[in-house]
Design a binder for this molecule. Structure first.
Ligand code: HEC
Ligand code: HEC
Ligand code: HEC
Ligand code: HEC
Ligand code: HEC
Length: 477
């Protein structure tokens, strides 16, 4: 009893007495309001409605709102200390502190102010938090407003997945992954604020397994059979001679008799590997689970010690690593655009000139844009004045096409250039399939992971000019 009384007299009453000042009341109202907003979101999150997967929201819930809460508390304290030292200095400290009671008009007045201020603060903090969340949940926040994500966002917008939310592939739908993403997201935002982030940003094996993301939309059991891939190329000669290739890709899958075949069927759920670099480009150990339960181990020849590291089950992302952010080589990008008509193959040597302009080193996209245009214009003006006179609109159109190729693939500010993010789907531009299928990954008995071209594809037509087959298929050449 005594303890309670003395606590009331020595702590509660003085705190309420000194606390009756504008600063402390405002602080109390701020703290209460942010606590109410936090509680509100926790309740909403707990019942699962409106909870967002966005990894950057941690900055609002774990830093900003608690920050406002603490600032409010500090204001209360500062207000109390200021009033006490003011009353001390002016000798106005009462001999005993008034009772905390609703009957006291001063106390009632202070309470009114606190209630009104809390209400106003609640609206302000709540609206700000709500709008922050709504904004951070948009693709434009993840991709566009954050300039460090520019390379991924630009590539994403033109991918098949341009309507799939970033979080659908980047955050696995488990509670642990969710918390992990929030912590990571907060750290990343702080790194951006401090201008201390990696350039280029790499995936560093932080992408969740396909079994928790891709398979929500793609059935791993789907059968694709063979797929015809037609590609075009242009030579570096005066007439930019066009060639075409037709490749029959044995994609396969699981057919209606549950028989596994082709590229998809060969790896599904049975190949493990150990990569020794962060981009998974060097794979010295591969294991294949056989039907009898044994594992055939393939080791890169020349490997002398036992390969250590995390064993990972091969899944979609090991081949389709650039499903949402595919960067081209300058050759591929140029060939694709020329096949679509611009740069126009009617401009002499446009393939050769374009490639050298694309591959040159520029300090920024703005510089590249200016120098690509001036380079191309100068070339035709000086070397082919007659062409320049007749076809200058086509030269400008070609320059425009080159600029958009460059701006979609090279980001000097992020140190992303040709080849920074290798695509694992083939083997011509980066090791890709040949990380394992190089004929050099050998098992104990001497068998190696196959390097037989026809196992993966039939090269039906290779770099032929006006191939008969394409004409027969009725395609434009
Ligand atoms: C269809 C799935 C998918 C979607 C949608 C997706 N990503 Fe990715 N993202 C990936 C995969 C897979 C990788 C790993 C690439 C690798 O390992 O080479 C990746 C890598 C990244 C990287 C690491 C750097 C790099 O280029 O490898 C960043 C940054 C990134 N994504 C940002 C985003 C942003 C921002 C969005 C939304 C605008 C987004 N992603 C949407 C699948 C996706
Ligand atoms: C939210 C659903 C969704 C998720 C998640 C998703 N995809 Fe897709 N994906 C699609 C749709 C829809 C298409 C077809 C788009 C079209 O044809 O225009 C597609 C197309 C593709 C294609 C064929 C076209 C291409 O770009 O090569 C591949 C390969 C692919 N997805 C791989 C993946 C991988 C790998 C992942 C996981 C990292 C993934 N997808 C996650 C919906 C999804
Ligand atoms: C061993 C590498 C590899 C793995 C693993 C793999 N794919 Fe593929 N996939 C390919 C290749 C190669 C192609 C055909 C190349 C092309 O489309 O240019 C392809 C084609 C596709 C296509 C396009 C088919 C079409 O008709 O256009 C889709 C969709 C696809 N894969 C989805 C997936 C999904 C989902 C997974 C995981 C369950 C997966 N792939 C696993 C290599 C792989
Ligand atoms: C991590 C290593 C690894 C990567 C990367 C890889 N594979 Fe494989 N692949 C294997 C292993 C191991 C086997 C089984 C070899 C055996 O049984 O002899 C295999 C088998 C195959 C088979 C069946 C071969 C046969 O004899 O029937 C095909 C087809 C295939 N892979 C295509 C691809 C394609 C296409 C890519 C690239 C898009 C690719 N693989 C990437 C490890 C890999
Ligand atoms: C392990 C599977 C695999 C093996 C083995 C393989 N390739 Fe490929 N190859 C691929 C894939 C996957 C692609 C890319 C398809 C794509 O880009 O869509 C490709 C693409 C190509 C292309 C480009 C086709 C085009 O349309 O532009 C050529 C050329 C090629 N391969 C030649 C070869 C030759 C020659 C061999 C034998 C020495 C070989 N490949 C062995 C999987 C393989």
């Amino acid at each position: 009893m005594q303890v309670r009384d003395s606590f009331r007299e020595e702590w509660i009453r003085p705190i309420f007495f000194y606390g009756n000042n504008w600063l402390s009341l405002l602080g109390g109202a701020t703290t209460t309001a942010s606590a109410m907003v936090l509680l509100g979101f926790w309740v909403v999150g707990f019942f699962g409605r409106g909870a967002s997967k966005n990894p950057y929201l941690g900055i609002i819930f774990d830093l900003i709102l608690p920050g406002i809460f603490v600032v409010g508390l500090l204001l209360v304290l500062v207000g109390i200390l200021l009033r006490r030292s003011y009353l001390d200095a002016t000798n106005q400290v009462p001999s005993f502190f008034p009772e905390v009671s609703l009957k006291d008009p001063m106390f009632r007045h202070a309470l009114d102010i606190a209630v009104v201020a809390t209400f106003i603060n609640f609206i302000i903090v709540g609206t700000a938090a709500y709008r922050g969340i709504a904004y951070m949940d948009t693709v434009s926040f993840c991709g566009a407003s954050c300039h460090v994500m520019a390379p991924e966002h630009v590539a994403y917008r033109v991918s098949s997945h341009s309507n799939v939310a970033c979080t659908d592939c980047h955050v696995a739908p488990t509670a642990a992954a969710y918390v992990h993403a929030k912590v990571d997201g907060t750290v990343q935002l702080l790194m951006v604020v401090a201008q201390n982030y990696p350039r280029p940003i790499m995936a560093d094996n932080k992408i969740p397994a396909a079994s928790t993301t891709c398979v929500h939309c793609h059935s791993p059991g789907r059968f694709f059979g063979d797929k015809i891939v037609i590609t075009n190329g242009y030579a570096d000669d005066k007439s930019n001679t066009k060639t075409s290739s037709v490749t029959l890709m044995h994609v396969g899958g699981r057919d209606s008799f549950a028989h596994l075949s082709g590229i998809h069927g060969a790896h599904m759920g049975k190949i493990e590997y150990i990569a020794v670099d962060t981009t998974d480009q060097t794979i010295p150990w591969v294991g294949k689970a056989n039907e009898d339960g044994s594992v055939t181990e393939f080791v890169a020849s020349g490997t002398t010690s036992i390969v250590m590291g995390e064993k990972r089950l091969m899944d979609c992302i090991d081949c389709h690593n650039r499903a949402a952010h595919s960067f081209d080589t300058p050759e591929d990008a140029l060939n694709k655009d020329m096949a679509l008509g611009s740069p126009s193959a009617s401009l002499p040597f446009v393939h050769q000139e374009s490639l050298s302009l694309l591959k040159a080193i520029y300090k920024s996209q703005a510089e590249a844009d200016a120098r690509i245009t001036s380079g191309l214009v100068t070339f035709y003006r000086s070397q082919y004045p007659a062409i320049w006179n007749r076809q200058s609109p086509q030269v400008y159109a070609a320059a425009k096409a080159l600029i958009s190729i460059y701006d979609a693939n090279v980001f000097p500010s992020m140190k992303v250039t040709w080849g920074t993010h290798p695509n694992n789907i083939g083997h011509n531009n980066s090791p890709g399939c040949f990380r394992c299928h190089d004929g050099n990954h050998v098992a104990k008995g001497g068998a190696s992971i196959t390097n037989d071209c026809s196992v993966c594809h039939n090269l039906v037509v290779s770099d032929a000019t006006r191939p008969r087959l394409i004409a027969d298929m009725g395609m434009q050449q």
